[in-house]
Design a protein around this ligand. Sequence first.
Ligand SMILES: [Fe+2]
Ligand SMILES: [Fe+2]
Length: 233
Amino acid sequence: MRVAAMGDLHVREDNESSYRDLFGEISREADVLVLAGDLTDLGKPKEAELLAQDLKACSIPVIGVLGNHDYECGAHEEVAHILRDAGMRVLDGQSCEIDGVGFVGVKGFAGGFGRRMLGSFGEPAIKQFVGEAMNETLRLENAMRQVKAKRSVVILHYAPVTDTIESEPLEIYPFLGSSRLAETIDRFQVSAIVHGHAHRGRYEGRTPGGQPVYNVARHIEKPGGKPYGILEI
Ligand SMILES: [Fe+2]
Ligand SMILES: [Fe+2]
């Protein structure tokens, strides 16, 4: 299966960048399109409607997750609803299967990496922050347990490793993702993990367990010179 993956579309109300032509091209290039969050710029329903219009040009299944930008206006449920109406499978702690390949999707959360990860200590606000990261990983684990297929793709918005966020400022690493995501994924065997959120970084990386991770944010340079990556699953 050829999976096209792209994140961080950031569709705006002025709709300066239509994805119609790109979605048409992707439909000829791939069997499935995966979208890794930040589909809208401010999480406005109007932005989701513009993306929904463009998705009509897509003739292959579209699966994805929301990103932090899709939450900005507090209308993420409406955003997801509009995209689901347009035929996209918006995953939020669930899985689905297409032609023998399992897809697991969760937004994920921030918190940092490895030994420097933020711990649940001190003020209630810090504990709540860490709790949100742990909650997302528990939802990821539950979704991964549902997958029966031998081949699978994990779709995240936040980064599970630092490999693919290299060249972002070190100061913001803790806000770009969490190792807790990779620790959970490494308890299972997957074909690929895709994420977005870090607009600067590197296309390819690996989890500590050696599983391939791809930063598919639209802004990241990819092997084909396209804004989307193509994965052979
Ligand atoms: Fe983004
Ligand atoms: Fe983001």
